[in-house]
Structures are given as C-alpha cells and as structure tokens.
Design a protein. Structure first.
Length: 94
C-alpha cells in the first residue's frame, strides 16, 4: 500500500479498524471489524493478477473486488474506498 499512499495515511487507517461496530473514515467510507482483511485481500488480488499475467500463468485477468479502491487518494479515503487498488497495482507493475 505504501506504493500509492502516504505513510501517515496508512498509519491512521491501520489504527481506524474497529474491533466492533463501525468507524467512518470520511462521509462515505465506513470500516468495520472485517474491513482490514477485506481491504488487504482486494489489494492482494490485484497484485496476484499482475504476477499471474506477467509470469504467463494467466492469459489475462479481471479483478472484481470489494472495496473497489478507485476513489481513494494518496492521503485520504474517499467514496467507499480505503486503498487505491489500481494505483497500488500500477506502481507495483512499474
């Protein structure tokens, strides 16, 4: 995640995942106890797809993940997105 996000943001997000209940990162983006694993799995799916295509294990890949990630910015969550999966994947690929 550090490929596309500011360290302070990552530290704040890490501390925001509740053990129970809900927490708002912004007006739209809510995290719950399962969100930490879900957000990491979403980013991990992108990286697995990239690796598979680059190593020719897959002919192509499509990742339908939740949370989607495309609205998250370098220093803030936005539009239901915690991490920008696409930006992380692009930086990883480069």
């Amino acid at each position: 995640m550090a490929l596309a996000h500011d360290k302070n943001y990552l530290d704040n997000v890490k501390d925001s995942f509740p053990k129970q209940g809900l927490n708002f990162l912004d007006g739209d983006t809510i995290v719950s106890p399962g969100s930490k694993e879900a957000t990491r799995d979403a980013v991990g799916s992108i990286l697995t797809a990239i690796d598979g295509v680059m190593k020719k294990d897959f002919n192509n890949a499509f990742c339908a993940v939740r949370p989607p990630g495309h609205h998250a910015e370098k220093q803030k969550a936005m539009g239901f997105c915690v991490y920008n999966n696409i930006a992380v994947g692009a930086h990883y690929l480069l």
